[in-house]
Design a binder for this molecule. Sequence first.
Ligand code: NAP
Length: 311
Amino acid sequence: MMDDLERKLDGTKIASEIRNDVASEVAALRERGVTPRLDVVLVGDDPASRVYVGSKAKTSAELGMSSETHELPEDTPQAEIESLVDRLNLDPEVDGILVQLPLPAAIDSAAILDRIDPAKDVDGFHPENVGLLQQGRPGLVPCTPAGIMEMFRREGIELEGRRAVVVGRSNIVGKPMAMLLLHAHATVTLCHSRTRDLAGVTREAEILVAAVGRQSLIGPDHVAPGAVVVDVGMHRVTDRETVERLYPGNEKKLSAFAKRGAVLVGDVDYTRVAPKASRITPVPGGVGPLTIAMLMANTVKAARLRRGTDD
Ligand code: NAP
């Protein structure tokens, strides 16, 4: 019988391994006179976006990369954001461009994202990179699914020939996740809000990835014994009753809630699903740290590809 510690896929630990590898690559590039640079565009003052952007800049600096944050007010016109993107596209010093989402409601986000030079599109959202991924050709891959694949690789989790089910078909997580699993020779099913008998489908999974955006939707009835479960969801729970229901008798969670007035919860009911799973990512400390580590890896990849130093 596996204990809790062996079962847990420790995203924080894996992310730190990825970051160490990226830092070595950055050091090697710097010896050749190349310092990879990530530019982040932040429009408006959404507090969560501000935190994410701050941690991206901090991580870039820790790994020896340079980074620049471009802060624009909430009411910035579309044309002004587009001309900033154009300028960054043309700047030879800039390797990666990330436009922090969500953009204000008045902005046409797709038009902004489509404008980013695909060679600098470290989020991997540009249709050219989406097409390259679909065809299995080298390009920049969205950070969250790329991080999950890196975790599978580093943890020795076999994918070839196995049944994988992805719940959620967003362009940033579900679809690219399904495509990467397919390229790794898993047999893939993609579920969404119109899927009938979701639990019946997910119980077929040897590898189950939940990217639904519905707090604790995936319960023990959705999971086959021995499945590998990856939880992409991220929700801030602020009522004590829900925390007590999700983590009965879990003093650590309850005291974290008492201290901060909130806890982070995923799309998977961890307490009830973990005993059935062979491996499982927690929230927090699972997929989240992998995403930011892969953003750094993508920036270095972009620097190498664009500057022709990929050897
Ligand atoms: P999204 O764009 O809202 O997509 C959610 C997907 O789930 C949609 O395809 C939707 O189906 C499907 N869905 C919704 N309710 C469902 C249900 N009851 N049964 C089956 N499928 C259902 O979300 P996202 O951007 O992919 O993000 C998903 C979650 O991951 C969110 O909690 C987000 O905060 C989190 N996230 C975390 C990270 C990280 O770094 N940890 C990164 C990105 C996202 P339809 O297409 O039919 O509407």
